[in-house]
Design a protein around this ligand. Structure first.
Ligand code: SF4
Length: 423
């Protein structure tokens, strides 16, 4: 085996072997993350699930809370997904639901729609039969890291042996049913030796890959990580100190040992991957947002390089555009701002949109800035007072607004109608 390769992937350089199909879709943001349940029978101290998901029987397709298969399909379509990663919680605790969603996605998008699933060593033959039948392409097992930790106590040796043996047994079982089989674990600092041992152990059986994820803190695991002596790598990310070093150390040493020790049985197909948390934050998430934004942005909106959407908003007092429903059309048509857009031949139905219930007009943010500049320069004043601002928001279902930049702060004083001809 050679040393760790630097894989240039879009704008990100990865230190690992060749990527699995599941990883490729993930990095390109083309993976639908299907969180099938928050229920889990383990209590890993490093579990990063948020309060609204942990141990709750909820379903999310990417960041969208859903309750039907159709919503999952819709989300995959909107995001241009080419595959699905089924996660939780523990998906096998809701095996029938998992298989129903998986089967429906495969039927809708075709057999090339790649599907992988994360689960624990509680997986049994009955689950695998159902998953195979539903079309699962790849499975990733997660052993109990606490059982692998060697604290120098006799009992630990037994626990470790048992857990490793169980892992090997379950991987072999998975291999009988699922095409690609791997292990996915957090790279826990101080566990270099234990993880290296695990790599050597699974290298003796036909397993396809091991993914080492950089350990991250979240609002729910922070206290537990702190208690165990872990600390943040810096104050601008959620990375844990030493995790990256552990992952790279394990991969390098495993490759060295396998190259040097010819007596060691070697599975030359075992791929080792390190997945840094920045990859999730800055590449996967960004690509997924961009893919979603491309499908949901209106023609007058702009998509940023980060996958956010920007639009211009003109806001009137509540009810201004619809307070008297009998003459809404009249009211809208006579609206100064809409007349201004019409005068500039922008009233084509795609260059702006009127939201009657909110008394808002949405349009291209650059155009709005130009109009506002024009109003300021000329002293040109619409009849009705309005505010104008640029809104930047996530292309998610809740359209979470992250920034609002006001363009007009004072009420203008001149009259639009008198100056309209001069536009
Ligand atoms: S198995 Fe996964 S979901 Fe369950 S507690 Fe551990 S990290 Fe959390």
């Amino acid at each position: 085996m050679s040393g760790i390769k630097n894989i240039k992937f879009e704008d990100y350089e990865l230190k690992c072997d060749e990527l699995t199909e599941g990883c490729k879709f993930c990095i390109l943001g083309e993976k639908l993350v299907l969180f099938i349940t928050g229920i889990c029978n383990r209590q890993c101290y490093y579990c990063p699930l948020s309060e609204n998901r942990k141990n709750r029987d909820v379903i999310y397709a990417n960041e969208r809370k859903i309750s039907t298969i159709n919503e999952a399909i819709e989300e995959a379509e909107i995001c241009g997904s080419k595959g699905v990663g089924i996660t939780g919680g523990n998906p096998i605790l809701k095996i029938d639901r998992t298989c129903k969603y998986l089967k429906a996605l495969k039927e809708h998008f075709g057999k090339d729609f790649h599907a992988h699933l994360y689960t624990t060593l509680e997986i049994e033959e009955k689950h695998l039969k159902k998953l195979k039948e539903a079309g699962l392409d790849e499975i990733r097992l997660h052993p109990r890291m606490e059982n692998l930790k060697d604290n120098g106590i006799n009992n630990d040796v037994n626990k470790k042996e048992l857990e490793l043996n169980k892992l090997v047994e379950k991987l072999k079982l998975c291999k009988q049913y699922i095409k690609k089989v791997g292990v996915e674990i957090p790279a826990i600092p101080t566990m270099d030796d234990e993880i290296l041992l695990l790599v050597k152990k699974i290298n003796e059986i036909p397993v396809d890959f091991i993914n080492l994820n950089e350990l991250e803190y979240s609002e729910t695991n922070y206290e537990e990580l702190l208690k165990r002596g872990f600390s943040e790598k810096n104050d601008y990310s959620s990375r844990i100190n030493g995790s990256q070093e552990t992952a790279l150390n394990v991969i390098n040493n495993a490759k060295k040992d396998l190259n040097n020790n010819l007596s060691l049985k070697s599975n030359v197909n075992l791929k080792m991957h390190y997945c840094p948390s920045t990859l999730k934050d800055s590449v996967q998430m960004k690509n997924r947002l961009i893919n979603r934004a491309k499908n949901v942005a209106k023609e007058y909106e702009i998509i940023t390089d980060e996958g956010l959407i920007i639009k211009g908003i003109v806001k009137y007092a509540e009810g201004e555009l619809n307070q008297n429903t009998s003459n809404v059309k009249d009211r809208v048509e006579k609206n100064d701002f809409i007349q201004l857009l019409e005068y500039n031949e922008l009233k084509s139905g795609i260059d702006y949109e009127v939201n009657l219930s909110k008394s808002e007009i949405y349009l291209n943010p650059i155009l709005l800035e130009e109009i506002v500049d024009y109003l300021k320069e000329t002293g040109f004043v619409p009849e009705k007072e309005f505010s104008a601002y640029i809104s930047e928001y996530y292309p998610t279902v809740d359209k979470l607004e992250i920034q609002r930049t006001p363009l007009i702060t004072k009420k203008p004083k001149l009259n639009l109608k008198n100056r309209k001809k001069n536009i």
